[in-house]
Design a protein around this ligand. Structure first.
Ligand code: TPP
Length: 658
């Protein structure tokens, strides 16, 4: 941690005077190089100050402080294009590119995004959030520059975790064969969120252990010129090694000029190497070694915990205690998985690099032989499960809704088409709050619903989540349970609760005139809204197969049906209901509430729901409008027998009764 007094837990720019003078990268470039370590000190201190207040991604940003300074110091950003992979490490970049004073608004409604975003700054030349896109995007930009006759540097910065994804290698493979100028910087901190996996990781480790040896390579000699210490080593070893067979790095085999590894916390070495690399042409691959969490002791010691944080005390690194709530859906999944693995030796658990986030930590320790972290490789995770299922195992793929988007064809072609017995535990279904649009699970019901054979469930509460996981696991084909981020309404869990009958929903409130057909997380706010309307509420449970008889009964007994889901209205569960009604020749008005046809920015989850009209007041208002549209002569509240309805009071009651 920068050696400054840390008595003030607030975000105190006066404690970082050099940083206070940098309002854009041109201010940074105007500084003499000898001041850069002090800039790094300020930047690191300010970053900890800020994130300790707002929460967000911390350890990755701390690790790239010197690299970020070096890049903006040496390159002419934004004219030169700088693309951060994933973007969770880009807070120092935000601070240096004119957004320092907005950092307290990070990840909050109308505040700075937690990821680079094109509409936020001209320095964010590519929007990110999902991993391993940087090299493809950089290659595209470089080819565009060539085509347009423009001369600029294009730099992709990618972590060793993100490098485990197929997409990164597809891009390297393509780039290596092109006549193109491109710089790829590998930020190697020997960590993904958790320790990275795979043969590439082993290859990088070998490169690190052969550090002196690799500095002898041609590209390195050029790039490291002017660094007397390393040149001296190169000189001494050159003769010695002459004639020996030099194994090349993977990156050289792919057509890149491999340079490094260099110490990513020595800002002078970083600046010098970047200057030299800038003078070279073609495809350059710089291997920078950093430490995740560098410079802040608690994060250095616990890089996994400090990957993404809630607010904490910067002096001690202790997290502020949250009010104790019930288990999250993620935790419910984790304990169901362990209990089921205990009973069934065929169960295997698969995660694409999201052990902690998906609730697999305990399972990975208790059942290490049945736990597979495949790296950031969602496509592979799904097809791996398919292969295992072919051979009689019972794979459970734990995956975030937005990351499953990456494996759509594998879901269709490898799992569903072959009717394989794979269970998908789809976490973060619906809006996810501060992580924003890149991570929102807005589409999974829409994109999975058309797939024959697949059954899809969405739990209304904690106990139902466990029951649905059991149902999915016992179902001998592809099955998906999609549940939201965080916790549910607080229902007690019965670990022995039976599996659910496939394709059956239930009426949870009987009323009149309007029936709300609610899916998953929307059952609770629908019930609140229904209290004010004396409406019927059905917990539909299954998005596929739908409960046709239940829909028929509801259509028969009500004036209007309203579907409610935390998924895109387009193609979602409500569409499924409408399609079903049309096959029955029903003409009951059916209104669909869900996520609108736009991306929902970061904010608190409750704020996001309110913005989409999916909180109790929003549902109530939409139902009233819908009723008025179809029955202009009747006021719903009159029809519901609520004579002197006070809207404001009613709304509050609605919320309170949830
Ligand atoms: C497609 C996709 N899968 C998973 C994630 C979640 N994720 C965010 S950062 C990260 C680890 C990245 O590791 P690395 O690139 O080494 O960066 P580091 O955090 O170590 O700096 C993961 C798995 C993601 N953002 N995108």
């Amino acid at each position: 941690m920068p050696d400054r007094p840390s008595s003030d837990p607030g975000i105190t720019l006066h404690r970082h005077p050099l940083l206070a003078s940098i309002n854009s990268p041109s201010d940074l470039r105007a500084l003499p190089e000898h001041l850069l370590p002090a800039v790094a000190n300020d930047l690191r201190g300010f970053l900890v100050d800020t994130v300790s207040q707002t929460g967000g991604h911390l350890a990755a940003g701390l690790g790239v402080v010197e690299l970020t300074i070096g890049l903006h110091y040496v390159f002419d950003t934004p004219e030169d294009r700088l693309i951060w992979d994933v973007g969770h490490q880009a807070y120092p970049h935000k601070i240096l590119t004119g957004r320092r004073d907005r950092m307290p608004s990070l990840r909050q409604k109308d505040g700075l995004s937690g990821f680079p975003k094109r509409c936020e700054s001209e320095y964010d030349c590519f929007g990110v959030g999902h991993s391993s896109t940087s090299i493809s995007a950089a290659l595209g930009m470089s080819l565009a520059a060539r085509q347009r006759g423009e001369r600029r540097n294009v730099i992709a910065v990618i972590g060793d975790g993100a490098l485990s994804a197929g997409m990164a290698f597809e891009a390297l493979n393509h780039a290596g064969s092109m006549d193109v100028d491109l710089i790829v910087i590998l930020n190697d901190n020997e960590m993904s969120i958790s320790p990275p996996v795979g043969a590439i990781t082993n290859h990088l480790a070998r490169l690190l252990s052969g550090k002196i040896y690799t500095t002898m390579r041609e590209g390195s000699k050029t790039a490291l010129r002017g660094m007397p210490q390393l040149r001296h080593l190169v000189g001494r070893w050159e003769e010695h090694m002459k004639g020996m067979l030099m194994p090349s790095t993977l990156f050289e085999e792919l057509g890149f000029n491999y340079i490094g590894p260099i110490d990513g916390h020595d800002v002078h070495a970083v600046v010098k190497t970047l200057h030299n690399i800038k003078e070279m042409r073609g495809q350059r691959f710089l291997h920078v070694v950093t430490q995740k969490g560098h410079g802040y002791e608690p994060a250095e010691g616990q890089p996994v915990t400090f990957h993404g944080v809630t607010p904490f005390d910067r002096r001690t690194g202790e997290f502020r205690k949250a009010a104790s709530k019930g288990p999250t859906y993620t935790q419910i999944f984790g304990s169901w998985l362990c209990d089921t693995a205990e009973r069934d030796p065929r169960l295997v658990g698969i995660t694409p690099a999201m052990c902690e986030g998906s609730g697999l930590t305990v399972f990975s320790k208790r059942f290490p032989d049945r736990y597979f972290d495949v790296g950031i490789a969602e496509q592979h995770a799904v097809t791996l499960a398919a292969g295992m299922a072919c051979e009689g195992l019972k794979p459970v793929v734990a995956i975030y809704s937005s990351f499953l988007q990456r494996a759509y064809d594998q879901l269709i072609h490898d799992v569903c088409l072959q009717d394989l017995d794979v269970t998908f535990a789809v976490d973060r279904g619906g809006l996810v709050g501060a992580d924003g649009a890149t991570h929102a699970g807005s589409f999974d019901l829409s994109y999975s619903r058309p797939l024959p054979k697949l059954i899809i469930m969405a739990p209304a509460d904690e106990n139902e989540c466990r029951q649905m996981l059991r149902t999915a696991y016992e179902y001998p084909g592809p099955a998906m349970v999609r549940y939201p981020r965080g916790g549910g309404p607080g229902v007690a869990i019965d670990p022995e609760a039976p599996a659910l009958p496939i394709g059956q929903g239930e009426v949870v409130r009987r009323g009149r005139h309007v029936a709300l057909l609610a899916f998953g997380s929307m059952v609770t706010p629908a019930l609140s809204a229904a209290e004010n309307l004396d409406a019927t509420v059905a917990n539909m449970r299954f998005v596929k197969p739908l409960d046709g008889p239940l829909i028929r009964e509801l259509a028969r007994d009500h004036d209007v049906l309203v579907t409610v889901e935390e998924n895109s209205v387009a193609g979602g569960a409500g569409s499924a209901v409408a399609e079903w009604l049309s096959t029955q020749g029903s003409n009951v008005p059916c209104v669909h509430l869900g996520l609108p046809d736009r991306y929902i920015d970061h904010a608190e989850h409750g704020q996001q729901l309110a913005a989409c009209g999916l909180d109790a007041p929003g549902i109530l208002a939409s139902v009233r409008d819908a009723y008025a549209l179809h029955y202009p002569a009747r006021d719903l509240y009159d029809a519901a027998g609520i004579k002197s309805f006070d809207l404001g009071q009613g709304l509050q009651q609605g919320i309170g009764s949830a």
